[in-house]
Design a protein around this ligand. Structure first.
Ligand SMILES: C[S@@+](CC[C@H](N)C(=O)[O-])C[C@H]1O[C@@H](n2cnc3c(N)ncnc32)[C@H](O)[C@@H]1O
Length: 299
């Protein structure tokens, strides 16, 4: 086969894969000629035919929202979690003496609930890195609905981001992300390179607590030993399983993660240079596994 013929063949194969399915014509545009109903171009399905509203924007991801929007938008049908008024982060910010005028790096903003809290607490700048394209777009919707003048969202993996990051921040907010990592201690080490202060909320592994709960008893597994530049700790493999079937899935980018133990997390934080560590919001009986809020700062 000539080079040209081979290129044409490859292109045809490529284009065959991107041909759009034809959808039935919606009622507003239905037309029939000669008795047959014509199909509307599928691209028109993406158009809204009502006046703009917050609900219309939220409904782009209908059924996928975790958070309830803050007042005056709390009557919009989104999620139910009060992540725009989260007592755990409020505690962290109080412990840190506030964030007014500071630069914040936020890892995994999901729907920008905490971004909203940081903005309203007076942060000078918030750079929020989100890997899920759907969550990233939900953050942009939130930004447009509530207004987040100090925030900027980046779509990408925060581990890869941290590996190429030269800039430093006054604070890193890493809430709900450590237990979604395949290398959790590696994340703590990376955070320590860019921020002298970190707020974390995370689940952790505790075999006894797991055994005590019907929801987690099946997740009691053997530990694996790891090393972080001389600091030894244990991790426990966690499979996402059926959670991966949900469009609202908000875990990590692999099909599994590794959970650390409480002491392992605190020890790793000390090992990477955080000398002052405060904890609160201990929930050993949390339905999804024991959880804790942590503020760690360098002296
Ligand atoms: C459980 S949610 C936590 C959301 C929010 N920070 C909170 O505490 O409520 C985890 C978020 O981190 C994002 N995420 C997980 N792994 C990531 C990665 N490697 N890079 C960027 N975002 C990630 C997920 O898509 C999701 O939005």
């Amino acid at each position: 086969m000539s080079v040209r013929a081979s290129v044409v063949r490859s292109l045809s194969a490529l284009l065959a894969g991107v041909r759009r399915p034809r959808l039935p014509l919606p009622p507003h545009g239905a037309s029939s000629a000669g008795g047959g109903t014509k199909e509307a171009p599928a691209v028109l399905d993406a158009y809204v035919r009502t006046a703009p509203s917050p609900q219309t924007a939220v409904d782009i991801f209908a059924g996928e929202w975790a958070s309830r929007l803050p007042p005056p938008l709390d009557s919009v049908n989104a999620g139910i979690a009060p992540l725009y008024d989260d007592g755990r982060l409020l505690w962290g910010l109080q412990e840190l003496g506030g964030v007014a005028g500071q630069s914040v790096l936020e890892l995994g903003p999901l729907e920008a609930g905490h971004t909203y809290m940081l903005d309203r607490a007076g942060a000078a700048s918030i750079l929020a890195v989100e890997a899920s394209t759907r969550a990233f777009l939900k953050c942009l919707i939130t930004k447009e609905l509530v207004g987040l003048p100090s925030a900027r969202f980046l779509c990408g993996d925060f581990v890869a981001f941290l590996d190429q990051q030269a800039e430093t921040f006054d604070l890193c907010v890493a809430s709900g992300v450590l237990y979604h990592m395949t290398d959790p201690a590696g994340l703590l080490e990376r955070i320590s390179r860019v921020a002298p202060r970190v707020y974390l909320w995370t689940h952790y592994y505790d075999a006894d607590a797991f055994r005590d709960s019907v929801r987690t008893a099946h997740r009691v597994v053997e530990p694996e030993s790891r090393d972080l530049s001389g600091f030894g700790y244990r991790v426990y493999r966690h499979e996402y399983g059926r959670a991966l079937d949900s469009a609202g899935f908000c875990g990590g980018s692999a099909a599994h993660a590794y959970w650390m133990e409480r002491d392992g997390i605190l020890g790793a934080l000390r090992h990477v240079g955080y000398s002052r560590i405060e904890t609160a919001w201990e929930q050993r009986d949390h339905a999804n596994g024991p959880a804790i809020s942590i503020v760690a700062t360098r002296a």
